[in-house]
Design a protein around this ligand. Structure first.
Ligand code: GYE
Length: 330
């Protein structure tokens, strides 16, 4: 009898030790990279660059939200170069941060570095833009917009505006940087939507890298090469704003001679829309910081998070822009 009791006691002790051991392992795993578990979270963030008003607002949102959430932020600006992002991510792995978050400048070519983070036990959160990796276990979640939908909303508005058109409607398109998810997806969504009316034709489409300078320069080329341009679809406000200069310099009236549709709805874009220089904007929210910090806390605590979190967005006409501008946050 006594022997049995002793055996049971040993079994209970063993299971306590085992569970304790597993729990301890679990903690250091989710704690990321074997960093000391002092309750503080350190996030390594690799930003695309500073190419647009959207990006500036996004960076501010991330920095402010990290400070508000008590998360120590290591921040790197990759100047629109993938190699710089890979370097920054490798640095964060070496520094054993708790969480890595980044906005991938292009969609492809991330598997190796993401695998390195995974092997080091550091969770990765994609924010704003996604990657095309087949292995979804390489990152915890993707927080950002549905770019195909933004392109589609832009296209659907145009289809409605031009439904009475009897002849060809010539469209030029300013794309974001080559290979970026928002460039690929906005092009796709817009193209699919305008297919509803065979009169709507994209006669030229070139990358303007999401910058004002790029938008201006490529629009100048478009105007030189094409005597009849009816519509400009720019993948962001900044390229549209750059294009305004080229259009005015060519003696045309933006918003009247050429219908202008953009994406983002940052303040300068909304002002151009309110002034009638732009005609329609599909919104894309850069205010991802608060949700990102929340997710970082959850993954650090070992909680499961949804694999995809979509940002809520709307669209604006000139009238709606006039109404929204006074309270616009970015
Ligand atoms: O639309 C553009 C920026 O990835 C959603 O990047 C973002 C895009 C945004 O440069 O202005």
């Amino acid at each position: 009898m006594r022997k049995l009791r002793t055996q049971r006691a040993i079994a209970v002790l063993a299971s306590v030790l085992l569970v304790g051991g597993v729990a301890a392992c679990g903690n250091s795993d989710t704690g990321g990279g074997g960093s000391k578990d002092d309750g503080k979270i350190t996030m390594g963030f690799s930003q695309v660059g500073a190419e647009s008003g959207w990006r500036t607002a996004n960076t501010t949102s991330i920095k402010e939200s990290a400070a508000a959430a008590g998360i120590e932020l290591k921040f790197d600006d990759a100047q629109q170069k993938q190699e710089n992002q890979i370097k920054a991510i490798r640095n964060y792995i070496q520094q054993k941060v708790d969480v890595i978050a980044f906005s991938p400048v292009v969609e492809s070519g991330w598997d190796t570095v993401l695998k390195e983070a995974k092997d080091a036990g550091i969770p990765v959160i994609l924010t704003d833009r996604s990657v095309d990796s087949a292995d979804k276990s390489l990152y915890k979640t993707f927080l950002g917009s549905d770019f195909v939908k933004e392109g589609r909303l832009a296209g659907e508005w145009l289809v409605e505006q031009k439904k009475g058109a009897t002849g060809p409607v010539n469209i030029v398109e300013l794309q974001g940087n080559t290979g970026a998810a928002p460039a690929n997806d906005r092009k796709k969504g817009f193209g699919e939507a305008i297919a509803a009316n065979p009169n709507l034709k994209i006669i030229a489409s070139q990358p303007g890298d999401f910058t004002r300078a790029g938008g201006k320069q490529v629009m100048e080329q478009f105007l030189k090469a094409n005597p009849k341009i009816d519509v400009l679809f720019a993948h962001n406000d900044d390229m549209g704003l750059g294009a305004l200069e080229a259009i005015t310099a060519a003696g045309k009236v933006p918003g009247k001679d050429i219908t202008i549709i953009t994406v983002d709805a940052v303040k300068d874009g909304m002002q151009a829309l309110a002034d009638g220089k732009f005609n329609f904007i599909a919104e894309c929210s850069p205010l991802l910081g608060p949700q990102l910090m929340d997710l970082a806390k959850k993954v650090k605590a070992g909680e499961t998070v949804p694999p995809r979190i979509e940002t809520e967005e709307t669209t604006f006409t000139t009238e709606q822009a006039k109404e929204a501008l006074p309270t616009r946050k970015y």
